[in-house]
Write a protein that binds this ligand. Structure first.
Ligand code: NAP
Ligand code: MG
Length: 482
């Protein structure tokens, strides 16, 4: 399979060009450790140019386009994305190291966001407000203006879908800063969007380093909203930078999400979800179900099933479509390996998968690993590992399950497995999380479902209609006419 590798350039005002300083950065294939492409190393001056282009787009064709026409443009981009699914999926698999079938699923998700937001374009309305005699009062939903989007490497296409496309459909003009390790599908997406008729300047892409391009974008005086997805530490810095300009931010950060299994759960139904939520994208998923809480009555039986399943799991090259791929980088492998070593030294490992014999030695593979009998306050149960490493924690009562589940700094998502309807409702209310799944996990990624965190998992919501409120501002108009 051949796929087009984008040239190492940035997109400003509809034109691809070299970065201001003419520098590039190598792009690594995590499956092999080989350099297979380069990206432009953007500068703060490139960010200035991108923001100026976005501002000009708001004053031009893009800003004047009616909502339903913006929807049409998004729909055309959605069709084009699906037509190029093989190309995009191969590019993403190669760049991120994710199994090809997961990369294909990401392309489909991107297309679904485009379809969803295309249809929503003309369905977000203001209101009229009954007021004093002689007045007519109404509200207008308006774009923020220029939106900055700083995204991570783990799900570039899905995050473009839920962040950039939602901002565009509300009439904002966007500047996208992809992650240094995985920028290629952001560039491919921008090319597709331009070819599908997105006006120049509506979407600008500046690749490069977070500390250079990301920092310039987050603190830019002419950016009106910043959407950040990534680590909690960087997210806090982004919020501080935006605060200097009193600019609103959406932060989609990390997690340590619990999957809670009660004695009365359907274990056979739960098992594939419990496993997949831990290993998808090699565990490099913000909403990974990385803590499995099991009630004592089924603990040993379910743990045995998990162990059996983990022993069959294989990590291998992305294009060979194993259960999981490599980690994104040598640095990520070192960080995850330190956690695996900690668990090994303390005798907590109960199952390990394997690394496939066809995995190149310079790829960044780790075996999927299950830890058991972990105490809730252990580092392995508190810190986001961001690799295929999952802890199992036993519990006795519903209250104890809630206390353990809520007992981290994060609060992104939670899963509950129980046949008891009352318990389902109680748990859904008591869990600190932005999404709660009852007898499932992840709801197949549902683009319609608002998503985001509490606590150190962030604030603001993307996905669904809710994202459209976040990517717009409300103006109240009070007319006195006597
Ligand atoms: P990261 O280091 O925070 O990077 C995210 C983005 O921020 C990248 O584009 C990065 O650029 C940029 N960046 C880095 N330093 C910056 C700075 N000083 N100023 C402005 N931008 C900067 O996160 P990551 O390692 O890529 O991703 C892993 C983390 O993201 C995990 O914690 C995970 O849970 C979280 N995540 C959350 C969600 C969610 O929706 N909640 C989704 C995916 C990932 P460079 O790549 O060039 O450094
Ligand atoms: Mg890469």
């Amino acid at each position: 399979m051949t796929f087009r590798i984008p040239a190492p350039q940035i997109l400003i005002d509809g034109q691809w060009r070299d970065a201001d300083a003419g520098q590039t950065l190598p792009v690594e294939d995590p499956s092999s450790g080989e350099t297979f492409a380069h990206i432009a190393a953007g500068t703060a001056r490139d960010v200035d140019a991108a923001v100026a282009a976005a501002r000009a787009a708001l004053a031009g064709e893009w800003g004047a386009m009616p909502a339903f026409e913006r929807g049409r443009v998004l729909a055309r981009i959605g069709h084009a994305v699906l037509e190029q699914i093989d190309d995009l999926a191969h590019l993403e698999a190669r760049d991120v190291g994710k199994p090809l079938k997961q990369a294909r699923a990401d392309v489909v998700a991107l297309a679904r966001y485009l379809e969803f937001y295309a249809g929503a374009a003309d369905k977000i309305h203001g209101e009229t407000i009954p007021f004093q005699a002689g007045y007519t009062v109404y509200t207008l939903r308006e774009p923020h203006g220029v939106t900055g989007h700083i995204i991570p490497w783990n799900y570039p296409m899905q995050i473009i879908g839920r962040s950039v496309t939602a901002a565009l459909v509300m009439g904002n003009a966007a500047v996208l800063k992809p992650a240094e390790q995985a920028s290629l599908t952001s560039m491919a997406f921008a090319r597709i969007a331009t070819e599908a008729g997105l006006p120049a300047g509506a979407l600008n892409v500046v690749t490069g380093l977070g500390a250079v391009v990301g920092a310039a974008l987050a603190g830019h005086r002419d950016v009106n909203h910043v959407s950040f997805t990534g680590s909690t530490g960087v997210g806090v810095e982004i919020q501080k930078a935006a605060a200097d300009n009193a600019v609103p931010v959406t932060l989609e950060l990390g997690g340590k999400s619990p999957q809670i299994v009660f004695d009365d759960a359907d274990l056979d139904k739960a098992l594939p979800f419990l496993v997949n939520a831990g290993i998808q994208n090699a565990g490099q998923t913000c909403s990974a179900g990385s803590r499995i809480l099991i009630q004592r009555g089924v603990h040993d039986r379910l743990l045995a099933k998990l162990v059996e399943r983990y022993q069959t799991l294989t990590a291998g090259p992305a294009l060979a479509d194993h259960d999981l791929g490599p980690l994104i980088s040598a640095k990520q492998k070192a960080m995850v390996s330190a956690y695996l070593e900690l668990g090994r030294q303390e005798g907590l490992i109960v199952a390990e998968g394997r690394v496939s014999p066809d995995a190149p030695a310079d790829g960044h593979y780790v075996p999927p690993t299950l830890f058991a009998n972990v105490t809730p306050d252990h580092r392995l149960a508190q810190e986001e590992i961001f690799g295929p490493a999952v802890v199992v924690i036993p519990f006795d009562t519903e209250d104890e399950a809630v206390a353990i589940a809520n007992g981290t700094a994060f609060g992104l998502v939670a899963g509950v497995w129980t046949a008891d309807g009352g318990r389902q409702m109680r748990m859904a209310k008591r869990l600190h999380a932005g999404q709660v799944f009852l007898n499932n996990y992840g709801a197949a990624g549902g683009v319609e479902l608002p998503f985001g965190g509490v606590g150190k998992s962030g604030h603001g919501r993307e996905k669904g209609f809710e994202a459209l409120y976040g990517f717009s501002t409300l103006k109240t108009v009070a007319a006195h006419h006597g």
